[in-house]
Structures are given as C-alpha cells and as structure tokens.
Write a protein of this length. Structure first.
Length: 137
C-alpha cells in the first residue's frame, strides 16, 4: 500500500491565520499530492488507513511580530507530539519539526496553531504539512 501526502496552508492567495487565545486546528488546503487519499483537505486530518510507521514533517512560516510568535503543534489523536515555534520581532520567521509515529488504523494526525501565534502562507507555499507511510506492521 502506498500512502503519502503534502499540502500547504492556503488554497490560493496570501494570508495570515491567527492569533487566537487558544490552540486552533489548521487545515492545509492546497494539496500537492494525496496518494491513498488519507489526508482530508477539508478537515486537515490525516487518518491512518493501515497499521504502520509513518513519518510527518511540518514547516511554519510567520511574519515577524513583536507581540506574536509563529508556532504549530503536531497531534496524534488527542496527544501532543511536538511543536515548531519561533519568535522574532521583524522580518519573516520559519520553524519546522517532524516525527515518526506508530499508527493504528483510524489514528488521526493533524496540526494546531499554537495559542497567541500566527502562521502565514502565500503562492510560494511557505507553510506545509506532509507525511507518508514508511512501512506496514
């Protein structure tokens, strides 16, 4: 079985999401590839179709802002796995992270915007979320 996806935040145009006073689910709407259709660009959820080891990575771009950082958290079901976070007062800022996870059929992996932070994207696709099945188990 082949499972892989890659998507950027905005379907078109340019824009910034956030800040919000609570963590907010991110939906990556511009799909580069979605082999196996396990990623849903309407919900932002990747749902594991088979038990196996999967690798995920995400890149978060934000406008420099003295009051708000740029950050996102990778979740497996309701469990926080890791965060990409960066803060600088001007210019642009980009952070990234990733993890290899053992998933059972139906496990859900998604990103949330870190509270009080921003994420930006445009036609250059700075903010992305990708994942793929390494092997079944």
């Amino acid at each position: 079985m082949y499972v892989a996806f890659s998507a950027s935040l905005l379907a078109s145009g340019s824009g910034t999401i956030g800040p919000f006073n609570t963590q907010t689910n991110l939906v990556f709407r511009y799909v580069f590839s979605n082999i196996g259709n396990a990623y849903n660009p309407n919900t932002g959820f990747f749902i594991a179709p088979v038990r196996g080891a999967y690798h995920f990575e995400f890149h978060v771009y934000g406008p420099g802002d003295p009051s708000h950082a740029s950050g996102a958290v990778l979740f497996k079901n309701r469990e926080r796995v890791c965060i990409a976070y960066e803060h600088q007062s001007s210019g642009g800022v980009k952070s990234s992270n990733g993890a290899t996870l053992l998933l059972e059929v139906g496990d859900v992996v998604f990103l949330r915007l870190w509270e009080n932070s921003k994420i930006h994207d445009n036609s250059n696709h700075h903010s992305t979320f990708s994942g793929h099945l390494l092997f079944t188990m």
